[in-house]
Design a protein around this ligand. Structure first.
Ligand code: NAD
Length: 320
């Protein structure tokens, strides 16, 4: 297959590129390197074509999609910190940029895999979160909800075009972590805690640390993505792609400290101090994984301890 991966120099995108190359597909990457890093693709370069450019440039997107059978759309402004600091450019990238990619897929009859997010569910208290559940969001005056809203517009657009014949599937990722995570990115809690623990600095845990997340090792994130994209039974559907084991941030921090043998203590930092006034967080975030399991035969299988060990190994090898 001829594949296009937008955001392929990013954390998840670069792992997806590696798997696509391994499987023998042609891979073109479009990335503006805003949060991505060419070093993530260094080893893959002989086997792929890299185009530095933005998804906001409709003609570049159009010409690359014209040559693709399958488009993995991962390029986005990612990470709550990023979204809160740059709400306008984030919204533009995540709506207009996505619209360029989706409409080019329609024009050229390319199949689309849209990367969406567990943030879609907002601050719902219904657990686990199932794909057809209601979304519960805060006010538009709170910038973080702009990320969820923009991704929801992308999903609506893809679902509406699917009714007119677009072949597509949507994946909602739940806290992916693994080698190449960037402290600026979505997986920032794992990256930040590892960075601080290795320096024996206090680990900054937001709030009381009792909020939970379901951390998903990147190999599982990529496997779920590929199955949703390539398995015809996934066409037209939305899938949660995540592990369903809940971990509090306090427990995550303690696990990292003990794996490293660090002398760090845990320091609770208020949300306001980190993200400014009026920030809202989600207390729990647990995926309902039944649809991915029943339709795609996909279950995340890497225990947190093993995934963290791989991540630490990579970190030590690349951050000396
Ligand atoms: N990491 C997670 O746990 C997680 C969770 C939910 C959703 N997601 C989604 O997964 C996708 C990948 O996220 P990631 O964690 O790998 O983050 P990332 O920041 O590493 O990857 C995003 C990539 O998109 C590129 N990009 C940004 N704006 C662009 C533009 N205008 N044109 C071209 N490229 C652009 C960046 O340079 C980067 O390489 C995103 O769509 C994100 O919303 C990730």
């Amino acid at each position: 297959m001829h594949t296009l991966v937008t955001g392929g120099a990013g954390y998840i995108g670069s792992h997806l590129v590696d798997r696509l190359v391994e499987l023998g597909h042609d891979v073109v990457v479009l990335d503006d390197l805003s949060t991505g890093n060419l070093a993530n693709l260094h080893h893959a370069m002989p086997n792929i074509r890299f185009v530095e450019g933005t998804i906001l440039d409709g003609s570049t997107v159009d010409s690359l999609v014209a040559d693709a059978d399958m488009v993995f759309h991962l390029a986005a402004a990612v990470g709550v910190g990023h979204i809160v600091e740059k709400p306008l450019s984030s919204l533009i990238t995540n709506t207009k940029g996505a619209e360029n990619v989706i409409e080019a897929c329609v024009r050229h009859d390319a199949k689309l895999l849209l990367a969406s997010t567990s943030e879609i569910y907002g601050k719902t208290s219904k657990m686990p979160m199932s794909e057809d559940d209601d979304r519960v969001l805060g006010s538009t005056t709170i910038a973080r909800w702009g990320y969820s809203t923009a991704k929801a517009i992308d999903e609506h657009l893809a679902l509406a075009y699917a009714k007119q014949g677009l072949r597509m599937s949507i994946v909602r990722y739940f806290n992916s972590y693994g080698p190449r995570i960037d402290p600026r990115g979505y997986g920032s809690v794992v990256a930040n805690l590892i960075r601080q623990a290795l320096k024996n600095e206090p680990l900054s845990v937001h709030g009381d640390g009792r909020q939970t997340r379901c951390f998903t090792f990147v190999n599982d994130t990529v496997e779920g993505t590929l199955r949703a994209a390539l398995d015809e039974r996934g066409e037209g559907l939305v899938f949660n792609i995540g592990d369903n084991h809940e971990t509090t941030i306090n427990d995550l921090a303690q696990m990292i400290v003990s794996m490293i043998g660090s002398r760090s203590s845990i320091q609770h930092v208020s949300y306001e101090a980190r993200f400014g006034k009026g920030f809202e967080d989600t207390k729990r975030r647990v995926p309902d994984v039944r649809r991915a399991s029943e339709v795609l035969g996909f279950t995340a299988s890497t225990p947190l301890k093993d995934g963290l060990a791989h991540t630490l190994e990579w970190w030590r090898a690349t951050h000396q």
